[in-house]
Design a protein around this ligand. Structure first.
Ligand code: ATP
Ligand code: MG
Length: 374
């Protein structure tokens, strides 16, 4: 069986460091290891419209931002297909058929959808499109016969929903689709990076992000005003590391090399954490270290972005080619789905012949009956 990756992001803003550790960093690594036969990365504009239908300009403008962020992180279009979701009508058609296999109650139980509905304050006016986006996500994943989805923890319920749809589809219509697996970051801090405000998740919609393209002074300002341990008032006070966002970020980003370069008094993060717990380590010192770590990590990404920003037509070329290639794959899957579901009327030569035979036989019987009656 081919090994195929599908992941994506909503073009609702520039990408942030949560995307980077949750999924993007892994995608680049997998791309360069070359163990996968195909890698598709989708800019999920149709999904973004399910809660931004009244702001299409925002979605339109952020497609280029997301594409630039991909390229500047090292996504290589000669190895990875970048595609735009809405440009592939096959995905919408698959969604429509999969919708038959999912109940309203099942969608209501999806914990990520529940949280997101709350966040968006839809109240009683939940748009059908938003409510059903897990079904469209199943279409995206299965259209490319993806077996692996590198993503953050919030995507687990979506992948589970996809797996259920695949199992149901294959059981009813015959083996057609591939059941995907989520590939979570190994490091717990990276599975769901909190916001700079200490909120559970860094998210474009919550405005608590450090963006990959932030300028050095913005990064520094955000880091220095970050949430730590509210009980750690004086340097000599013992401090808490759990739930301390600065340490969570260090968990996700700090390497041995960072310690050697910026904080050689400590061997590693465990030593730094122990000192903080004992007391005698100030917030400013750990924030300065985090700032250095993030500046070193983000500098090459930002520099590359500025290069790509000089040639936007190249980036659109990449998107167009990637989308065209992706559509061919999706069309193949849709053909298989249509044939399994027996809705491939014009492609099935047998169908017409068999039906003709049945009608001919019925006509013959009718004739014979009439003869007998006479
Ligand atoms: P939105 O607020 O518009 O939903 P988002 O910031 O949640 O935006 P998505 O486009 O929904 O971003 O997510 C894209 C990918 O990034 C998914 O794989 C998701 O799991 C991952 N991701 C997003 N935020 C985080 C985070 N804070 N920590 C780890 N992974 C994340
Ligand atoms: Mg999201």
């Amino acid at each position: 069986m081919s090994r195929i990756i599908l992941t994506g992001d909503r073009p609702t803003g520039r990408l942030h460091i949560g995307h980077y550790v949750g999924s993007l960093r892994r995608r680049v690594q997998l791309q360069n290891e070359g163990k996968f036969d195909e890698i598709h990365i989708m800019i999920a504009d149709a999904q973004a419209l399910t809660d931004n239908w009244d702001n299409p300009e925002k979605v339109r403008q952020n497609i280029i931002n997301v594409a630039l962020d991909y390229l500047s992180c090292g996504i290589d279009p000669t190895k990875t297909n970048i595609l735009i979701q809405s440009m592939i009508p096959e995905l919408t058609e698959l969604t429509f058929y999969y919708a038959n296999l999912v109940t309203v109650a099942r969608l209501e139980r999806n914990p990520t959808v529940k949280t997101e509905l709350g966040m968006r304050g839809f109240g009683e006016s939940i748009p059908v499109g938003f409510f059903t986006y897990p079904i469209s996500q199943a279409a995206d994943i299965t259209a490319f016969l993806a077996d692996t989805v590198p993503a953050g923890e919030d995507q687990e319920p979506m992948i589970e929903q996809t797996r259920e749809i695949v199992r149901k589809f294959n059981a009813i219509y015959g083996e057609t689709l591939v059941e995907p697996k989520i590939l979570l970051p190994e490091n717990a801090a990276s599975q769901r990076l909190p916001g700079t405000d200490g909120k559970e998740k860094m998210s474009k919609s919550l405005g608590n992000c450090i963006y990959l393209s932030d300028e050095p002074d913005e990064i520094k300002k955000k880091v220095m005003s970050m949430y730590t341990d509210p009980g750690h008032l004086h340097v000599e006070d013992p401090g808490k590391v759990e739930g301390n966002t600065v340490f969570t970020y260090l968990d996700a980003f700090a390497t041995k090399e960072h310690f050697e370069e910026f904080l050689p008094d400590y061997q590693n993060l465990d030593e730094l954490k122990d000192h903080y717990r004992r007391g005698g380590l100030g917030d400013v010192k750990i924030k300065k270290f985090l700032n250095n770590v993030l500046q070193t990590t983000l500098e090459p990404i930002r520099t590359k972005r500025h290069e790509y920003e000089k040639d936007i037509s190249y980036v659109y070329d990449v998107l167009k080619k990637g989308t065209e290639e992706a559509e061919q794959k999706a069309a193949k899957t849709l053909d298989a789905v249509r044939s399994s579901m027996k809705i491939n009327y014009f492609d099935d030569k047998e169908l017409m012949l068999e039906q003709q035979k049945e009608f001919d036989e019925a006509a013959k019987e009718r004739e014979e009956k009439a003869k007998r009656r006479r």
